[in-house]
Design a binder for this molecule. Structure first.
Ligand code: GLN
Length: 490
């Protein structure tokens, strides 16, 4: 098997057992990147020299018989809104171009101490605002499955890099769906953990009460392995919960589980995506789960509440980019002019739209009617999920209402915002959610099934995800092969 086709766990065990060197693993991925990233454009920065250097030191450590960690020698791509000390971090914004952070994100420290090798920084919608990477201040990323289509966003570079086999693992951030939606559109696994499970230290804030870092991988077990490395207590993030994630037991199946299909997440879904969900329901039933429809009424208002809360927090978080402390500075007559010119030049159109929306929602006289109301809706959503979880262990829905769309197709902001109707409610509730590929749907493009679970029930979520993955793999084997082989093992 080609190195780039292996799972992350296979790579790590081959490196530990000296069947492969970390250097060979890194070189195989770097050559894939140099052959194909010109078309895909997943990376803003490829850290080739640094990755080679790290690979060599891991190989030396193994030769000395040292303990090298569960992800030894495994490449990982990092969305460019997470910091690595001394390495340019832009959030795909012109306003941060050239900024080199003086500190490393906790997640990056965690993956590096587990032996993983950061291979590059991936593209995103500017400050993670968008669903296609078309809002990147530099260039859009293309979907590796069909280059005329978007990879989704905002973590489109990370999803595309994993789908294109540039790396088996990547980190993304999810404020309203930015891990799960691109995972669905690129046909990979992506998970947003419970709010607080993974440290946000070193993640450049978009909407602090919603942002969570999470894993991308090509298999559910790889995603779980990465999550178990990054989930931790971090004294540098006061919202970190202080619990870990243990992947043991995620292969135990769904026999006897009660799984709800969220009614409010079925509106406006394409027929291809709807039939993908139908086959997922059938697969879960065949695996022994009881699947029923359930209503989470306030989820209907998730999108509206999100587009008040997220811009409100963003308008405040982005106030710090003023031409004085970070990146771009466009001089004016006085300091106020300098602020204005820097922000005018440095921010793209969508970021400016969010800053204006958020500032308006927080302004005197509107605060209670807009921001305050949205916070009440947020409480209702959490309450309605809690009611559903009295009867169900997990919930499912489409991840995204459609498959990957073409560039320029969603030029009106509202149609772009609609990409996240199914993912946003769990960010508002602080609950975990993940996307598992279960396609193809329209035009042969991938579509994911979203699995939701109560706070800190990632174990249940991953169990459902593994059952779906097993069914999808089984369905992908042609009938003649099943008949010819003994139980499909061939
Ligand atoms: N697409 C949503 C937005 O534009 C979610 C983005 C995200 O999760 N970072 O806000």
């Amino acid at each position: 098997m080609a190195i780039v086709d292996m799972t992350a766990r296979e790579m790590a065990s081959a490196v530990r057992n000296r069947e492969l060197s970390a250097t060979e693993v890194v070189e195989a991925h770097l050559s894939e990147i140099s052959a194909h990233d010109r078309e895909v454009a997943a990376f803003l920065l490829v850290l080739a020299d640094e990755a080679r250097h790290r690979a060599r030191s891991i190989d030396e450590a193994i030769a000395r018989g040292e303990e090298v960690g569960p992800l030894a020698g495994v490449p990982i791509a990092v969305k460019d809104n997470m910091t690595l000390r001394g390495v340019e971090t832009t959030c795909a914004s012109r306003i941060l171009a050239g900024w080199r952070p003086p500190y490393t994100a906790t997640v990056v420290q965690r993956v590096e101490s587990a032996g993983a090798i950061v291979i590059g920084k991936t593209n995103l919608d500017e400050f993670a605002m968008g669903s296609s990477t078309e809002n990147s201040g530099f260039f859009p990323t293309r979907n590796p499955i069909d280059l005329s289509r978007v990879p989704g966003g905002s973590s489109g570079g990370s999803a595309a890099a994993v789908a294109a086999r540039f790396t088996p693992l990547a980190l993304g951030s999810d404020t309203g769906g930015s891990i799960r939606q691109p995972a669905s559109l690129c046909g990979v696994v992506g998970a947003k953990p419970t709010y607080g499970l993974v440290s946000r230290y070193g993640l450049i804030a978009f909407a602090s009460s919603l942002d969570q870092i999470g894993p991308f991988a090509r298999s559910v077990e790889d995603a779980a392995a990465l999550l178990s490395v990054i989930a931790s207590k971090d004294p540098m993030d006061s919202t970190s919960l202080g619990v870990g994630f243990d992947a043991a037991g995620i292969g135990e199946g769904v026999q006897g589980m009660r799984i709800g299909v969220v009614e409010e997440m079925l509106d406006g879904v394409s027929s291809g995506v709807a039939s993908v969900l139908d086959s997922a329901i059938a697969a879960l039933e065949a695996a022994g789960a009881a699947v029923e429809r359930v209503s989470v009424p306030a989820a209907r208002y998730g999108l509206s509440a999100y587009y008040l809360i997220a811009p409100a927090e963003a308008s405040s978080n982005l106030a710090r980019f003023d031409g004085v402390r970070y990146g771009l500075r466009v001089e004016g007559e006085d300091i106020t002019e300098t602020y204005l010119r820097t922000r005018e030049r440095g921010f793209g159109a969508e970021v400016k739209r969010r800053i204006m929306l958020g500032t308006y929602a927080l302004s005197a006289g509107y605060y209670d009617a807009l921001y305050g109301k949205a916070q009440q809706v947020r409480t209702l959503i959490a309450r309605d999920f809690a009611a559903a979880y009295e009867h169900f262990d997990a919930l499912i829905s489409p991840t995204s209402p459609t498959v990957a769309f073409r560039f320029g197709e969603r030029s009106d902001p509202l149609s772009m915002y609609m990409s996240d109707v199914c993912t946003i409610p769990s960010n508002l509730a602080g609950h975990p959610g993940m996307s598992v590929p279960f396609g193809p749907a329209e035009n042969g493009m991938p579509a994911g099934v979203q699995v939701l679970a109560p706070a800190l029930r990632e174990g249940v979520m991953f169990r459902v995800a593994m059952a779906l993955e097993a069914a999808a793999l089984e369905a992908a084997v042609p009938e003649w092969a099943k008949a010819a082989g003994s139980g499909g093992a061939a």
